[in-house]
Design a binder for this molecule. Structure first.
Ligand SMILES: [Zn+2]
Length: 263
């Protein structure tokens, strides 16, 4: 999500990659969509599990705002609420966000409830138009966004991200293949919370609760005001309401795990 107008936004390592291949083989056409290759939009529809995901956007302009002390782009209450309610979640970090809030990132990496994903280095759009985001235009630049994002997150947190989310959700088939060729899994969503620049928590709550179903991936933002001012407030209703409906709240890794029954 930009400062402007995004509407939506060793060995163990090798073992993980193998596990990933199994995941993908298991999910097949049921959990990823076939129309656009292998962009994961949801998990198995037969199991009452939902993955809450939070994008931590940071463009160069947003970082300048933080460094100048003009505003923050992090709502710590969201992480507190996840901890208080013992809720698992996946946080998609931009590299610039990780560089801006390294202590927070290390704290998240140490929390077994939190899984870290890659949301590019500086939140550049891979394709235009994309909600007014500045865009990269060559495959070399797109590759650099994926690789530099992952490397930055790894150097700050010690965790190499497995999942990748395109800034603004904007991509073409070749971008999906590029991400896969780099060993990451491109993940979209099937449930838009609509939290960017939304001043009503009720609207966010309704968006999520009307759309969510078994296997859903919900996209929200960790930024807080001004970009996502009511996410925390909405979360205070969304988490207990989803549990009251019988959903288990899980990370993407848990949602897409090979041992999860598939359709
Ligand atoms: Zn984003």
């Amino acid at each position: 999500m930009p400062a402007t107008s995004q509407k939506r936004c060793a060995w163990a390592h090798r073992v993980r990659r193998v596990a990933l291949a199994v995941v993908l083989a298991t999910l097949g056409a049921s959990a990823s969509t076939s129309a656009d290759g292998h962009l994961v939009r949801h998990g198995p529809r037969t199991v009452p599990r939902v993955a809450l995901t939070f994008d931590a956007d940071m463009t160069a302009t947003m970082r300048e705002q933080v460094l100048a002390g003009e505003q923050t782009h992090f709502d710590a209450r969201i992480l507190d609420e996840l901890a208080r309610t013992d809720t698992h979640a996946t946080i998609f970090l931009t590299g610039l966000w990780a560089e801006t809030y390294p202590d927070v990132v290390r704290r998240m990496a140490a929390d077994p409830r939190i899984e870290l994903g890659n949301h590019s280095y500086d939140h550049s759009a891979f394709r235009e138009p994309c909600y007014g985001l500045p865009a990269v235009t060559t495959d070399q630049q797109r590759r650099r966004q994926v690789v530099r994002g992952a490397r930055t997150i790894a150097s700050v947190s010690g965790v190499t991200p497995l999942y990748f989310r395109f800034p603004g959700g904007c991509s073409e088939a070749s971008d999906i293949q590029l991400v896969r060729s780099l060993g990451e899994v491109p993940v979209q969503w099937d449930t838009v919370s609509g939290d960017p620049f939304q001043s009503s928590a009720e609207v966010i709550i309704d968006h999520v609760l009307e759309r969510v179903r078994n296997g859903s991936i919900v996209v929200m933002h960790l930024n807080g005001a001004p970009n996502a001012p009511r996410t925390y407030r909405a979360l205070r209703t969304i988490i207990p309401e989803l549990r009251a409906r019988g959903y288990e709240l899980v990370t993407l890794g848990e949602l897409l795990a090979p041992d999860a029954p598939s359709e």
